[in-house]
Design a protein around this ligand. Structure first.
Ligand SMILES: Nc1ncnc2c1ncn2[C@@H]1O[C@H](COP(=O)(O)OP(=O)(O)OP(=O)(O)O)[C@@H](O)[C@H]1O
Length: 510
């Protein structure tokens, strides 16, 4: 997870730009060439297969003053590369640039990849890099044979270190901020964790939400809580990528059967980032596993960044199995939740540094301005902490300056109706004059309605005000447009994607 501290440091460096919603960030002139040469050498040394598994999606994030950051899409990749290849990459880079002082692997902002799948075949896995004191975790199967008859928390912790990826101990139900946008999913998650057998009526439980809205947090909280209540329970939390990697390596090492046997033993299977599950044979294995678990009344929980029906890379039978349970969505936190998240972060930071204080009005301001995901709030908060260490008196204006790149649609200072009109008109290839005119041909009505809809959801302007800005129209016309586009985009995937693209273009312009 990319912390705000890193963003803070980067912001202080010259010729480094963080562009919101953009994966790739430019560095100094020769950095891209150096990166390319390092990639070529990695490929030559490791072979194409290993290279594309681990480095296929690596990008140059920034390069300045002896610091190079390479970004990868998932925390697991970062962790794996850090522990296995960091030295090699650093050496290779130093050969290219002896001035290199430090090379870091970061997880890149997921804003743009919200709805995308990996461009390359499965990078082995994502997860879980942080330290943990979770009672038992997974990321791999827990075999009954390997598990003592009555495991205690300590046994479980031991298993965890043997069996792999620990849970993040920060991800608990207590630290999960609940509110209207995630209330139902949260309640379902609690039920699964507290009484898995009672929850079998929604099996599998499928949770979907856009990036950074707490899926991993919620899923790991389920695992942690289930294990806390019953250390004997065999719980497996893993990402789809990790699942793929486990199978791929098991097949390579001729022990796929053992792995399957181990997986059969589990009581609660939790799969994160389902959108990354790819490959026919792996999906076949996955489907088989899910069927077996569901048929034997074991609980399965799955999360993805979109509804199951939209997981196009999944085989129809996998999708259909996911449809068989309950599907719940979590959406963006509201103002009250954002404020509580920030207050919670402050309280945890204070555990380490009691002198730490951020005035309530500053927290409120940030909660109002950073209207994105929990991850963005976390980044904003870390950035604030970092800045405060050398600018103790941060004014609201200065905070706006520092966090401006995180301000979202809805921030009155950032999105202007004029920008929306210009971008929408360009997208649909009509002129702005036509957009504001009274012409009622279909090719113009649709862009006009889209622009009105976006003006409503991306700015705080009232319906009458939007009407005025669209050639003096009545507010009921705007309301009609908003409802129409909402209705159409619910049924029309292409339009929904168009809207998302436009939102991104507009936010990036703002
Ligand atoms: N409702 C919430 N309460 C507390 N923290 C939250 C909440 N939602 C998100 N966060 C925090 O935001 C950060 C990102 O959340 P998380 O990694 O769970 O998101 P995600 O939906 O899994 O994202 P991705 O799709 O990128 O994997 C985490 O630090 C998490 O603790």
């Amino acid at each position: 997870m990319q912390g705000g501290l890193e963003m803070g440091r980067a912001a202080a460096l010259p010729f480094v730009q963080f562009r919101k919603g953009d994966d790739e960030v430019s560095g100094g002139a020769g950095a891209h060439e150096q990166f390319e040469r390092v990639r070529v050498q990695l490929r030559a040394q490791l072979g194409l297969e290993v290279y594309s598994s681990w480095f296929g999606r690596m990008k140059l994030a920034e390069a300045a003053r002896g610091l190079v950051r390479l970004s990868v899409p998932t925390a697991f990749l970062r962790s794996w590369i850090n522990s296995h290849y960091l030295e090699l990459i650093t050496d290779l880079w130093k050969r290219e640039d002896p001035a290199l002082m430090r090379l870091e692997i970061v997880v890149r902002s997921a804003t743009r990849s919200t709805r995308s799948t990996p461009e390359t075949e499965p990078a082995p896995a994502r997860n879980i890099t942080r330290s943990s004191q979770a009672t038992l975790a997974s990321g791999t199967a827990v075999s009954t044979k390997a598990t003592p008859t009555k495991p205690t928390s300590a046994d479980a912790a031991k298993n965890q270190s043997v069996l792999g990826s620990p849970l993040d101990s920060r991800y608990t139900f207590d630290s999960f901020v609940e509110g209207p946008p995630n209330r139902v999913a949260f309640a379902a998650a609690r039920t699964v964790a507290e009484s898995p057998s009672a929850s079998l009526r929604f099996n599998p439980l499928f949770v979907h939400a856009s990036v950074g809205l707490g899926k991993t947090h919620l899923l790991q909280a389920i695992a942690a809580e289930a294990l806390k209540r019953n250390p004997q329970m065999r719980v497996v939390y893993l990402t789809a990528e990790y699942f793929m990697w486990r199978f791929a390596t098991a097949i390579r090492d001729n022990n796929a059967l053992t792995l399957k046997e181990q997986l059969r033993d589990i009581d609660l299977l939790i799969i994160d980032d389902m959108q990354f599950l790819q490959g026919k044979s792996i999906q076949h294995e996955f489907c088989h596993l899910i069927n077996m678990l569901l048929d034997s009344a074991r609980q399965v929980v799955v999360a993805a960044d979109r509804p199951a029906a939209e997981l196009e890379s999944l085989e129809p039978r996998v999708r259909s199995r996911l449809h068989g349970g309950v599907s719940l969505e979590m959406s963006s936190p509201d103002m009250d939740m954002r404020l509580r998240m920030l207050q919670q972060r402050l309280a945890s930071a204070r555990v380490e540094d009691q002198s730490l204080d951020i005035p309530a009005n500053v927290l409120e301001h940030v909660a109002r301005a950073v209207t994105g995901s929990g991850r963005e709030l976390e980044g904003a908060f870390n950035q604030l902490l970092f800045r405060r260490s050398f600018e103790p008196q941060l004014s609201i204006e200065r905070i706006d300056e520092l966090l401006g790149h995180m301000f979202r649609p809805g921030d009155p200072k950032r999105v202007r109706i004029e920008d929306i009109q210009r971008i929408v008109a360009r997208h649909y290839n009509v002129s702005k004059t036509e957009l504001l005119s009274n012409r009622r041909t279909r090719t113009i009505v649709k862009p006009r309605q889209v622009a009105m809809y976006l003006s409503k959801i991306m700015t705080p302007r009232s319906l009458p005000e939007i009407g005025r800005r669209f050639g003096g129209r009545d507010h009921t016309t705007v309301l009609h447009a908003v409802r129409k586009i909402e209705e159409l985009s619910g049924a029309d995937q292409t339009l929904a994607q168009e809207l998302e693209l436009l939102r991104r273009l507009i936010s990036d312009q703002a």
